[in-house]
Design a protein around this ligand. Structure first.
Ligand code: SHN
Ligand code: NAI
Length: 197
């Protein structure tokens, strides 16, 4: 079985993070970048998390996980250092059809976080399906050396071209040929040796 790679608009959706340590802080960062409204519940929370309460996009409840913390959430991340608590979160989320990602027992959950590279509107997500997250991060970093910031400009340029083509009402076959060719040329230009004379 392979996982579904799907980009979800999390804007305004409620997400619960159970735990307030290093892993929770990393997932919080990712979720906030995606616009999610995040609740954190933990007896002890790192300052890096606490500081974000002022933004209004993060609320924190100090204390141990309770079932009612799941009320109204779309996704829950179980990231405590207590495997029994993480298992309970996974079980109770599953019973309520809430998506759950479990930091220490990925197989107990139903989704996980890839390593992500962004260049403006371009996003590259790398996953090993939980087999070796360190490899996912290394592959992402290797790709970062090949895909520079110029790609952000390419996205903007091609998006503008595409908008024009769509407005003109050209057919999909025509648009595909134009845009694929132009994308290929712009990529080739980036990798062509620069004339420095
Ligand atoms: C299944 C998954 C669930 C999830 O968390 O979503 C998961 C699970 C686990 N990670 C563990 C450990 C480490 N995780 C990292 C790093 C990252 N982990 C991420 C994702 C995922 N980690 C999901 C699968 C993604 C995939 O496979 O593609 C990344 C890509 C994205 C992110 O976290 O946002 C992020 C890159 C950070 C970046 O951007 O640089 C490193 C390396 C490092 O920190 O440099 C280590 C130490 C080395 C090692 O152990 O491999 C452990 C063992 C814990 C223990 O030892 O107790 C488990 C539990 C288990 O495997 O059972
Ligand atoms: N998925 C991933 O990317 C990674 C996962 N891990 C695993 O993630 C887990 C957490 O790691 P760290 O953040 O480094 O741990 P940590 O020790 O920094 O933080 C643990 C947090 O869990 C909280 N907690 C404990 N009991 C709780 C309860 N009943 N309810 C709510 N919160 C509770 C603590 O107060 C603390 O904030 C560990 O099991 C670790 O093995 C570790 C590295 C990477």
């Amino acid at each position: 079985m392979s996982y579904l790679a799907l980009n979800i608009d999390m804007g305004k959706r409620a997400v619960l993070i159970v735990g307030g340590g290093k892993v929770a802080a990393r997932k919080l960062q990712t979720l906030r970048e995606a616009g999610a409204v995040v609740r954190v519940v933990a007896p002890a929370v790192l300052p890096a998390i606490r500081e974000q309460e002022a933004s209004g996009a993060v609320t924190i409840r100090s204390g141990g996980y309770e079932t009612a913390d799941l009320d109204g959430v779309t996704l829950v991340v179980a990231a405590t250092d207590d495997p029994a608590v993480n298992r309970r979160v996974a079980l109770e989320a599953g019973e309520r059809s809430i998506l759950v990602s479990v930091a220490d027992q990925p197989e107990a959950g139903d989704c996980h976080f890839p390593a992500v590279l962004r260049r403006g509107g371009l996003e590259i997500a790398v996953s090993t399906g939980g087999r070796c997250p360190a490899l996912a991060a290394e592959v992402r970093d290797a790709i970062a050396g090949m895909i520079g910031n110029d790609y952000a400009d390419i996205v903007e340029q091609l998006a503008a071209d595409r908008e024009k083509l769509l407005t003109e009402g050209n057919g999909t076959t025509y648009n595909k040929a134009i845009l694929r060719t132009k994308a290929r040329c712009l990529i080739a230009e980036l990798s062509a040796p620069k004339d420095i004379s």
